[in-house]
Design a protein around this ligand. Structure first.
Ligand SMILES: [Zn+2]
Length: 380
């Protein structure tokens, strides 16, 4: 059920009280202000604009009703009018006559407004206040953690997640990613003293973490410790072989740095046998039939990219008398473009897809939800 509808339910009581105060009682049903039903109806029909109009009218009729203000503020926020939402909710919080429960409710809404408006410091202060009072702990913790993630305040996110552990089943997995974020940032800046410790903590939080192996590999590789780096990278196969492709280039790099190209060729060849689903993602230079990467890109125009375009293009050229050599070259380069442009990873949760692997899905913000996509599945 829409949370706003829950918010509006107490308004029914308030409206009844309002009607009773202004006229003789004529039975429970007639006590409810008719505008309330109209507002509820608009909300049920997801007509936020009309619902807002009705609520504004109700608030003018009875400026003391806290529930109406809370509902109205939330509607403003939902419509993207965050400034108005903030004004309404600040007005409620400032009332001296509020009960502790109502004040907490208004603070929660105001915190959401601030977060939505990008006023993170104010949102954090409000949310921390609510946590200290023990109000809406799980909701507030979730908001705060989201805020810390946005602000890349990983240590705060870790501390809070550990404190409210158990509210959310994926705490270990998330906390491991937070440690990894810290490690990755340090590796990027070449400031690696704390990296092994952070990765150890990540490993403890999520022993199955592939990202820890990737980062350990990168850490060793950066220090020129290629044998240890390879150990980390190749170990990913036993954790989740489908997540090997993001480190294929790194594996190639380590073998090259060790001057062991033949071992690389042998490893990729064996991998293709053990994990045939990975074959389309193995770099061209390690395929049995080398040479695709250097295939001539035929003709003057850009090769077609969609299967239908490619088919039409080749058919048109065949009718025009183009020779088999050139047709084959066009087919090959067209197919290569298709392989290069297909998304490699897709979020199992929201369907966001991309060429690169994101540990946190940019679409739905879930961690570890992106999975490799096979060419056949993509086009099924
Ligand atoms: Zn997603």
């Amino acid at each position: 059920m829409d949370p706003l509808l829950w918010l509006l339910l107490p308004v029914a009581a308030a409206s009844g009280w309002w009607a009773a105060r202004r006229g003789p009682r004529r039975g429970a049903q007639q006590d409810l202000h008719p505008d309330y039903f109209m507002g509820l109806n608009h909300l049920l029909n997801e007509e936020a604009d009309k619902a807002t109009e009705v609520l504004v009218r109700l608030v003018e009729v009875d400026p003391d009703t806290v529930e109406l203000h809370l509902a109205l503020g939330s509607l403003f926020r939902r419509r993207g009018e965050v400034d108005r939402a903030i004004r309404v909710h600040e007005n409620v919080v400032a009332r001296s006559s509020l009960s502790e429960g109502r004040r907490a409710q208004a603070m929660l809404e105001l915190g959401r407004d601030y977060a939505r408006a990008g006023l993170f410091d104010r949102a954090e202060e409000l949310f921390q206040g609510l946590l200290a009072r023990g109000r809406y702990v799980d909701t507030v913790a979730a908001h705060l953690i989201e805020l810390y993630q946005q602000e890349k305040e990983w240590l705060k996110a870790i501390e809070l997640s550990e404190a409210v552990r158990g509210l959310n089943g994926d705490t270990g997995l998330r906390v491991a990613h937070y440690w990894c974020e810290l490690a990755e940032e340090a590796i990027r800046h070449g400031d690696t003293a704390s990296v092994p410790g952070w990765l150890e903590r990540a490993q403890q939080s999520d022993p199955a973490s592939v990202r820890v192996a990737v980062l350990r590999g990168r850490y060793h590789q950066q220090r020129g410790e290629y044998v240890q780096a390879l150990d980390c990278y190749l170990g990913i196969e036993s954790k989740d072989p489908l997540l090997l492709p993001p480190v294929f280039d790194a594996i190639t790099g380590c073998y090259r740095a060790l001057d062991r190209e033949q071992d690389a060729a042998a490893w990729f060849r064996a991998l293709a046998t053990r994990q045939p689903t990975l074959l389309p993602l193995i770099p061209f230079q390690w395929r049995e039939d080398d040479g695709a990467a250097t295939a001539p890109r035929g003709g003057e125009a850009e090769p077609a990219v969609s299967p239908a375009d490619l088919l039409l293009d080749v058919r048109r050229r065949r009718r025009a008398g183009t020779g088999p050599e050139e047709l084959a070259a066009r087919l090959e380069s067209g197919l290569q473009r298709m392989v290069e442009e297909q998304p490699n990873y897709r979020c199992a949760d929201c369907g966001f897809s991309s060429r690169t692997l994101f540990w946190q899905c940019p679409g739905c913000q879930r961690w570890s939800s992106m999975r490799p996509v096979a060419w056949q599945q993509e086009n099924a």
